[in-house]
Structure formats: C-alpha cells, structure tokens
Design a protein around this ligand. Structure first.
Ligand code: KIV
Ligand code: ZN
Length: 386
C-alpha cells in the first residue's frame, strides 16, 4: 500500500530567510498561487507577527489562494498566536504553527528557560492556538540536538494539549540519515499518544543531508515533509521540495510512499521562485538544474537515442520539460551528430555525414559546446562542396 506524504511548503517563510531572497506581498501571492497549482498540501505563507508585510501576505494568501491549507508561523507567545489568528481568520483551511526549542543548548543560552518552563509554555501556547483553530502544529526546535527523553515528554504533552502535527526540526542541519530515522522511530515507539498526530520533519542542509534525512524519516513513519522550492532557506537551505517529491515518485517501489504533487508543474515553479527571489539555481542541481536532463557523453547519447531508459531514471516531461538535452561537444558520437543535423532539417548521405562529423570533432576540440549555429555552418559548407 502506498502511503501519501503531506508536502508542507515553507518557501514563503523559511525559504525567504535565504539572504537576499525576500519577496514583497504581490510576489508572495504569485508564488503561493503557483504552489497551489503544484498541489502542495500546506503553504506556510509567512510569520504574521514579524512585520506588517508578512501579516498582509499571510492574510491575502489565506483569502485568495484556493486548495492548500494556509499556515502562519508563531513563536510560543500569546501575541504571536493572536496575530497569526487575525491574519488567518475567515479563510477555509488554516493552521497555526507554533514552536519553542527543546535542546538544552537553546533553552540555556537563548531562551533562558528550564525544561519544565519550556514544556509548560509549549502546552499553554498549543491550547491557546487550539482555542482559535482546529489545526495546530508544534515544533520542538533543535529537536535533533535535544535529549530524546525530554523531547518525548514535550511531544506527549503537546499532543495531549491538541497539536495534530508534531514537526521534528533538524534546525542546524546536524543530523545524519540513520540517526534521524532512528529519532523518528523512537518518537513513534516511546510516545504513547504519538499515533494521534502526524509526525513531520523539517531538515536544514548544512551537511548536504536535508533530503536524505527527510527520506530516512519517511521510512520510519514520518507523514509530512517540510521543504522549499529549489531548497532555498536559512544558511545552506532547507529540504528541496522537488528532490523529495521526485525521490518518492521515482522510487515508490522502495519507499511505498508518494505525494499528491503535480510533478509536471515542478520546472515552472522552480523558475518562478528563482526569478522572484533572484536566487540562481546551480546548473547541476538535481531535478531543476539546467544540466539535470542534459547528456554530453557520446556513449550516453548513443544509448538514449536507442532507448531513453538507458541513461534516464525520470522523463524530463514528468517535471514539465519538453525533452532531454543532447549537448554537442567533443564527446558526442556520430549517431547523436546525425540525429541533431536531421532535426535541423538537413538530409545528408553517409559520406557527407562522415566529412561533416570530422569537421565537427575538430571544432569541438577548440570549443566547450557546439551550438546550432556552428552545426549549420559545418553542414552548409559541406553541402556547398558537393
Ligand atoms: O529550522 C527550524 O527549526 C524552523 C522552525 C521554526 C520549525 O524553521
Ligand atoms: Zn527551518
């Protein structure tokens, strides 16, 4: 049986915490509408208390965007929770996401609270949020560096107080996959009422492990993944939405889990977020990088021309691209060369192809990539000789 994993998109909140990536209200609404077309389950639209602009963005997205549940972040303080409620009220599907640290490092140095005080505050704020909305999420921040026995106690208490989703953040990207998976299993085994809540995960990418940690958590029963488009976010970013979604879709056989994302909208969403935040996507980024479906080696190009499954584990169309790209360069073979010139509308004899291919190889030794214009010149000069 395939389990459906909820996608909680935080591009507009944690993603916006990438240096220089802030978006104005209209831009946030445009991105939120595209996230709805993509089919995410929950949109964390912002942090209503943090600024008038964020309040307006949460409010307008809650009013104007149909489909997903709209969520506002709120610290575990009454004024934050009340502000989140003001921004969300009147909208059909809303969630308040409140958080407080669970690690001794944070409690001692940042919050200056004892464990008991923090637990009491978390319970009171979940109850307050529940007095406004049905759907409350609680995050014990820095969970991956917390004492598991205290973490279990907090989780049990906030579920009893009415939290329907418990989000386990790897706030500083410290966890490694086997360990993080074990943490999720530990919660499910040690917290008696944990089956009453959805266990969510929220991973940061400081060690480049955010996606791997999220997938390890899914194996151990997590039912929601928090992520951002293009993996943008604080420091090295958050779990990349497109990587988790395509990981599950492509390896559903292994994970026995999937999402309801309309994957054909992925490329468009990635381009919109990149343009809106001015954050360039690295060319070799999985799924959405310019090279993710580009093939350079002659051996790979030859295989692909015979059968796409030889070197592609996903079809480019499945993420909304028209087709894979054959990069013409010094490693390209005769087969790919012939195919490309035929696509350009030329019909050459075998002998003409051989001559043109020799010239192409000479040129390719001098240039990083051969473009259509280069091929046109080579082929038309070859034809002119005849
Ligand atoms: O990284 C983090 O811990 C967060 C929380 C607010 C969930 O972003
Ligand atoms: Zn975060």
């Amino acid at each position: 049986m395939t389990r459906m994993i909820r996608i909680f998109d935080t591009t507009l909140r944690d993603g916006e915490q990438s240096p220089g990536a802030s978006m104005n209200v209209e831009e946030k609404i445009m991105v939120a509408k595209q996230l709805a077309r993509l089919g995410v389950d929950i949109i964390e639209a912002g942090f209503a208390y943090s600024s008038p602009g964020d309040f307006e963005a949460v409010h307008r997205i809650a009013q104007e965007v149909e489909g997903p549940t709209i969520c506002s972040l709120a610290r575990a303080r009454p004024e934050d929770i009340e502000r989140a409620w003001e921004a969300l009220k009147g909208a059909p599907k809303v969630r308040i996401h409140t958080f407080l640290s669970a690690s001794d490092i944070h409690l001692k140095h940042q919050f200056r609270m004892t464990r008991e005080e923090a637990k009491k505050r978390a319970v009171a704020m979940v109850q307050l949020a529940r007095s406004y909305v049905e759907d409350v999420e609680f995050s014990p921040m820095d969970a991956s560096r917390s004492d598991p026995s205290y973490l279990y106690e907090v989780i049990e208490a906030v579920i009893a107080a009415g939290a329907g989703t418990i989000n386990i953040p790897d706030t500083v990207g410290y966890a490694v996959p086997q360990e993080f998976g074990r943490l999720i299993r530990g919660i499910r085994e040690a917290v008696p009422n944990s089956s009453r809540a959805v266990i969510s995960v929220h991973c940061h990418n400081d060690l480049g492990l955010a996606v791997a940690n999220s997938l390890a958590a899914i194996v151990e029963g997590a039912g929601q993944v928090e992520c951002t488009v293009n993996g943008i976010g604080e420091r090295a970013g958050n779990t990349s939405l497109e990587e988790v979604v395509m990981g599950l879709r492509t390896r559903r056989d292994w994970y026995q889990a999937d999402t309801q994302i309309r994957t054909e909208e992925i490329s468009k969403t990635s381009r919109l977020v990149s343009k809106t935040t001015s954050m360039v996507v690295q060319p070799n980024k999985a799924i959405v990088g310019a090279n993710a479906f580009a093939h350079t080696s002659g051996i790979h190009q030859d295989g692909l021309l015979k059968d796409k499954t030889t070197y592609e584990i996903m079809r480019p169309e499945s993420v909304g691209l028209v087709e894979s790209k054959m990069v013409m360069g010094k490693l390209s073979g005769r087969h790919a060369f012939r195919q490309r010139i035929e696509e350009l509308g030329y019909k050459l004899t075998d002998e003409e192809v051989n001559h043109a291919f020799e010239r192409f190889k000479k040129l390719a030794d001098q240039k990083k990539e051969i473009y259509e214009e280069d091929l046109e010149v080579i082929v038309s000069e070859e034809l002119a000789k005849m």
